[in-house]
Design a protein around this ligand. Structure first.
Ligand SMILES: [Zn+2]
Length: 684
């Protein structure tokens, strides 16, 4: 998902920017950091441990993935009753080393079943107090998933009806009002390698314009819409409740899905269209097939304009791109296709090829809350009626969502627990692509409910706006990334998941150099495609490929919640006779977090002194005896440490000249303007 930033954050940014200039400005009270997990990081020479969370997650012969959770689904949309009725057969195989006596399923739409569901409670916490009233759920907006029948058939056995023993679990918070996790006890426990068929019938009450799903006007988007089995890990079931700030986690399978909608409605779905049959009752059944995916999303509307174009590349496999565009965005076809192709090209060249032959781009309805969302082989963009050519929207969202095909789609991390692994990596890569592909990227401020764009011509940089420093800064110490993402404080979760990761991934890229970072990411993608890596599996690849032990860095950025702030404290010089000058440069660590930085002093004769400071002490003093006075000192002039929350204190100059001062002043205002307005523009 692209992430949503409230306009009210602009105010917070101003206050923190002001406080930051005064040398203070720490983030609001943070949740206590969890105990630091003991995660051994192997050295470059050690044999890599297998890692992962399932003992037998090998691909099937002639398949890309283990295919241990496959679905055959038949679903019918009733547009008058706003209802889905469906039946599904799940073919499930236990690829863990655990034996289980029960099955667990997600029923995500029950997150909108009542006002006391965990999703609704968290939604109220996420809204600023003044706006909480607006987040009270209205009965007519409710969504629900009601399982009416559930039976299991063990391999070689007979079907057993388990409908009477359906129960609900709340593993995350014990909330008895939450019905987003369903469980049934099996007649017989199932061990490693065992398999089952599960038949489920259910009714879905379609919510009005809920997060990532629901209906608005004649547009329907279906995400998390079917009863879905959880992931059985070596340590047991990992089936989290539906949370406001986190997404999903599932095993790979083959999907065969029949969707019956009113005749004339166009359908887009994960996978490839196999068949379209008109029925006697005025409906049409659309059949889609997808191999080696871990989820299935779809959309339908009579209003879509449909177009197809090919992505062809000299070394990457061809991809058929299909666009379902809203009529009011007619004319933006090329921008949608070009952005998708740009993402397929860069992600493909840098990290590894897109493994599916087709992709569907969905342009959501005006004001839909399904915009900027990813499903395997299908994603939603985000566009506006007026989309200035100088602004990287819809491109930014499209590149981000296409990128999720790699990080969440193919490398299927647990988004409930490690949201940074999909959202943060995708945010980092998107900013890199916008920069590398030289896409027009200037500020747009939207007013009148995002309707009218104002474009003052301010260029946006990858380092600041792409990495989202303005939204990270006020939340820098809000949570540590070792905390499972669903436990983050709802209002600052986005900053820690998206912004902090983009900043530390870019810092890591600058520390290692892009060629090494690119090899890291390609190795990570190759080793973990169609599997479920954990954070330490990623760190392991970084250490191996870079041939360095970067535990110190991951301790700071992943296990820690401290912020980085290096500054120049003092720059002094005095004549020492015989044309020489004695000079002193003092630099400071104002934040709790540590990172090695360069300290570069420039002298009046143009000479320079570069010091490598390990950044550990609170203060470091450098003395020089030279035939020239220092005129400028800068900490981290290469801007490697992009996590530094206050760059305005990184430089000190002597003898400011009027012209320089004026330029510095105007640049400061430029940065301020960017930072103030960016929340409304770039993330909108
Ligand atoms: Zn995302």
């Amino acid at each position: 998902m692209r992430g949503r930033v409230l306009l009210s954050l602009v105010v917070g940014t101003v206050l923190v920017a002001v406080a930051g200039l005064r040398g203070g400005g720490q983030a609001p009270a943070a949740a206590p950091a969890p105990p630091i997990a003991a995660e051994p990081v192997e050295g470059a020479t050690a044999a890599p441990p297998r890692g992962g969370i399932q003992a037998f997650d090998e691909p099937l012969p002639d398949a890309l993935s283990p295919r241990n959770a496959s679905y055959e689904i038949d679903v019918r949309l009733d547009t008058l009753r706003k209802e889905l009725t469906g039946r599904e057969t799940v073919r499930w195989r236990n690829i863990s080393s655990a034996t289980t006596s029960e099955l667990q399923f997600h029923l995500y739409w029950n997150g909108w079943r009542n006002r006391d569901s965990t999703w609704q409670r968290e939604d109220r916490l996420a809204a600023p107090p003044a706006r909480r009233q607006e987040t009270e759920p209205r009965p007519e907006d409710a969504g629900a998933s009601d399982v009416t029948r559930l039976s299991v058939t063990p391999a070689g056995g007979n079907a057993v009806d388990l409908t009477p023993v359906i129960r609900y679990l709340a593993p995350d918070d014990g909330n008895t009002a939450d019905r987003t996790v369903m469980a049934v006890t099996l007649p017989e426990a199932i061990g490693p390698g065992g398999s089952l068929e599960i038949d489920i019938e259910w009714t879905g009450t379609i919510p009005f314009n809920a997060a990532r799903t629901g209906w608005i006007a004649d547009y329907y988007f279906f995400g998390q819409w079917f009863p879905k089995i959880g992931v059985l890990e070596d340590t047991g079931w990992n089936t989290h409740q539906f949370h406001r700030v986190t997404e999903f986690y599932a095993d790979f399978g083959v999907y065969d899905v029949q969707m019956t909608v009113p005749a004339g409605y166009k359908v887009g779905a994960s996978g490839r269209e196999m068949q379209r049959v008109d029925n006697a009752d005025g409906t049409t059944t659309h059949t889609y097939h997808a191999d080696d995916v871990a989820d299935f999303g779809w959309t339908t509307s009579p209003s879509f304009i449909e177009e197809r174009r090919a992505f062809n590349h000299k070394t990457l496999p061809s991809v058929e791109m299909r666009l379902l565009l809203r009529p009011e965005h007619r004319g933006q076809e090329t921008r949608h296709f070009a952005a998708t192709a740009t993402a397929l090209e860069y992600f493909g060249e840098w990290f590894g090829p897109y493994p599916y032959g087709n992709i569907t781009i969905v342009d959501p309805a005006y004001q839909s809350r399904s915009s900027g969302m990813e499903y395997p082989m299908l994603f939603t963009g985000r566009s506006n009626w007026l989309a200035p050519e100088t602004v990287a929207e819809p491109e930014g969202t499209i590149i981000h969502e296409t990128g999720h095909q790699w990080f969440y789609g193919v490398v299927a991390t647990n988004e409930f627990e490690h949201g940074w692994m999909d959202e943060g990596m995708t945010t980092w890569a998107t900013a890199r692509i916008i920069d590398e592909a030289r896409l027009p990227n200037t500020l747009a401020v939207r007013t009148f409910g995002t309707f009218l764009p104002f474009t003052p011509g301010v260029p946006l940089s990858r380092e600041v706006s792409g990495n989202r420093m303005p939204t990270y800064r006020p939340d820098a110490e809000a949570d540590a990334q070792t905390t499972p993402t669903f436990r983050y404080w709802p209002r600052s979760a986005g900053s820690i998941t998206y912004d902090k990761t983009a900043l530390w991934m870019h810092t890591l890229e600058r520390h290692l150099g892009w060629p090494t970072m690119q090899r890291v990411m390609a190795a990570y993608y190759d080793r973990w495609k169609f599997r479920h890596p954990r954070p330490q599996d990623f760190f392991q690849v970084v250490n191996e490929v870079s041939a360095q032990d970067l535990a110190w860095f991951f301790d700071e950025v992943y296990r820690g919640s401290n912020s980085f702030d290096y500054a120049v404290q003092e720059l002094k010089s005095e004549a020492a006779g015989q044309g020489r000058f004695r000079s002193a440069v003092a630099v400071q660590r104002l934040g709790e977090a540590v990172f090695p930085v360069d300290v570069v002093t420039t002298f009046a004769d143009g000479s320079r002194a570069t010091e490598r400071w390990d950044g550990k002490d609170r203060r470091m003093l450098y003395s020089y005896d030279r035939p020239s006075r220092p005129v400028r000192v800068e900490v981290d002039p290469g801007q490697v440490l992009l996590l530094d929350v206050n760059r305005t204190n990184n430089t000190r100059t002597t003898q400011p000249r009027a012209a320089q001062a004026a330029r510095t002043w105007s640049l400061t205002w430029m940065v301020w303007l960017q930072e103030l307005m960016i929340t409304a523009g770039f993330f909108g």
